[in-house]
Design a protein. Structure first.
Length: 540
């Protein structure tokens, strides 16, 4: 749906806006960023192939995706509700014309020291009788300038054209300086100290979003106070022995927070925000039951989430998205374990004729053997204790999580990992032990583990989940050919016949040029097992 307030900034106007800035950019903010058109002029700069550090706020999800593809950080969706703690040196904006003044006043409010360039509808500037317009007028008069431009949005490079006359506004704001503080201090202050207000202590509850956000904000406020206090201390100490003016301040005093202090504050703020988001991720019960690969995928996606501002709205949005993706993440987790089982040992796979009719599915359709499968390379060759490698323990933990999930439980009553931790001597001596889902036999000399499924329906469930994900099997709701399902059920028998008549290695099955489809067809003919006919929707 088109946002009728969305007018992408023409390139010529974006470059004109950039040239208004007088100071080097350390951290930029573009509220209502659209597709980042106002940031484009920085891409070809001599300093970098991309703007050094730019945060974007944008409501439209499609535009958010475009901004991320361009390499910009999207930190929030509503600038007028924005409560971020980063310190920006520059803010550039082309806000919706119907809320332009609100955006500029908000930008002025959150800016400590720096510059603002804004593109507004001329009609919103100098509106008689309007309080906000009058306030903007005073800001322009005291802290900046305005230029009115005709036909800026009817140029050839304008994506959406309109004949509106725009106001290009420039504002410059100076932060608190020594002169500001000393000028307000009483002459009779006995100790000449500046007293800072202290934050009240906030109770913290791990699973309470509101209290977590409050704690985060308190940490940010305290961090700002600490860095500002350090900056003040450095400047005050530098005054010792200097010539002071009649107000007791050095001539030409500058804002406390400049240069390295601003960089330090933004660095520390980014650390606090990432730590807060990591807490939310680690506190979710769901993430604790993901396999290692599934968690790594989630954490990779989470890097984008953790750039967002740490607010209640954004946390709820993340958790809602996590719930929405839960089914997909579970299915991917099953697929990870399926691949872990199927890739190592030739006897772990059995083949069937896939549902789709292209050659990939003819050759590649297989499922895990129901009776037994083997994992090699599990022993720690550097240990005399018969223990598993760290990677092997991680794989077994993934098995525990995945099969518990397939069984509708959070965890197995007896995990495979616990057998190897608590009864490794029994396993190493040849004992066949039971976990919740497998009988286990371990051969430490060759480093293999044999798994005997105790609940074959869970292996079948795994095979069907992966088969549907890879389009080897029809969807559950699809009417299916009984001939297809018969040859699917006969897969172990057919695969045994294939192996008897063809000497196949793991390399042949995974990477070789053997025609698995033809071997499967030949084996079915020898066993008198019918295959679906061409045109039935099944591979032929």
């Amino acid at each position: 749906m088109i946002d009728h307030q969305f007018y992408p900034t023409p390139s010529k106007l974006a470059y004109k806006a950039k040239r208004l800035f007088k100071k080097p950019v350390s951290k930029m903010l573009e509220p209502s960023a659209g597709r980042g058109d106002l940031l484009e002029p920085w891409k070809g700069s001599s300093h970098s192939s991309r703007i050094i550090d730019a945060d974007c706020i944008e409501a439209d999800l499609e535009n958010q995706a475009i901004l991320r593809e361009k390499g910009y950080k999207v930190i929030d969706s509503d600038f007028l509700q924005f409560e971020g703690g980063a310190m920006y040196s520059h803010i550039v904006m082309n806000p919706p014309f119907n809320r332009g003044i609100d955006h500029v006043l908000k930008a002025w409010d959150i800016l400590y020291s720096g510059e603002i360039v804004a593109i507004l509808n001329e009609a919103s500037v100098g509106k008689i009788g309007d309080t906000k317009s009058a306030l903007l007028g005073r800001l322009i008069e005291e802290h900046g300038s305005v230029e009115f431009i005709d036909d800026a949005f009817v140029q050839p490079d304008a994506q959406r054209k309109t004949k509106v006359r725009v106001a290009l506004i420039y504002l410059s704001k100076e932060g608190e300086s020594i002169a500001d503080v000393i000028g307000t201090m009483k002459a009779d202050d006995a100790d000449n100290t500046v007293h800072l207000s202290t934050n009240t202590e906030i109770g913290f509850h791990n699973n309470n979003i509101k209290s977590t956000v409050r704690a985060f904000r308190a940490a940010v406020a305290s961090m700002k106070e600490a860095i500002t206090a350090g900056a003040k201390a450095d400047q005050y100490s530098g005054m010792i022995g200097m010539h002071l003016d009649i107000h007791g301040a050095p001539s030409g005093s500058k804002p406390f927070i400049t240069g390295s202090y601003q960089g330090r504050l933004n660095e520390r703020y980014a650390e606090l925000k990432k730590a807060a988001w990591n807490h939310i991720l680690s506190a979710t019960e769901f993430s604790k039951h993901l396999s290692s690969k599934a968690y790594n995928r989630l954490y990779s996606d989470f890097e984008l989430v953790s750039q967002m501002e740490f607010t209640e709205a954004n946390i709820h949005g993340f958790l809602a998205g996590l719930i929405a993706k839960k089914g997909d993440m579970n299915a991917e987790m099953v697929q990870d374990v399926f691949d872990e089982i199927s890739k190592y040992h030739i006897d772990n796979r059995v083949y069937y004729r896939g549902w789709k009719s292209n050659s990939k599915h003819r050759k590649g359709s297989y499922r895990i053997r129901m009776t037994r499968f083997i994992l090699p390379g599990m022993a720690d060759s550097y240990s005399w204790s018969n223990k598993l490698t760290w990677d092997s323990e991680k794989k077994l933990a993934d098995f525990d999580k995945t099969f518990a999930m397939l069984d509708g439980k959070q965890r197995p009553e007896i995990s495979i990992v616990s057998l190897f931790k608590d009864r490794i001597e029994d396993l190493a001596s040849g004992a066949r032990l039971q976990s919740s889902y497998f009988d286990i036999r371990y051969y430490p000399g060759v480093g293999t583990i044999h798994f005997f499924p105790r609940n074959k329906s869970l292996i079948d469930r795994m095979n069907r989940v992966v088969g549907r994900m890879r389009k080897w099997l029809p969807d559950e709701d699809t009417a299916s050919d009984p001939v297809f399902w018969n040859q699917y059920e006969q897969a172990e028998k057919v695969t045994a016949e294939m192996m008897k008549n063809n000497k196949l290695s793991r390399w042949d099955l995974n990477y070789g040029q053997v025609d698995i489809g033809q071997m499967h067809t030949d084996a079915c003919e020898r066993l008198d097992i019918k295959l679906p006919m061409i045109g039935s929707g099944v591979a032929a």
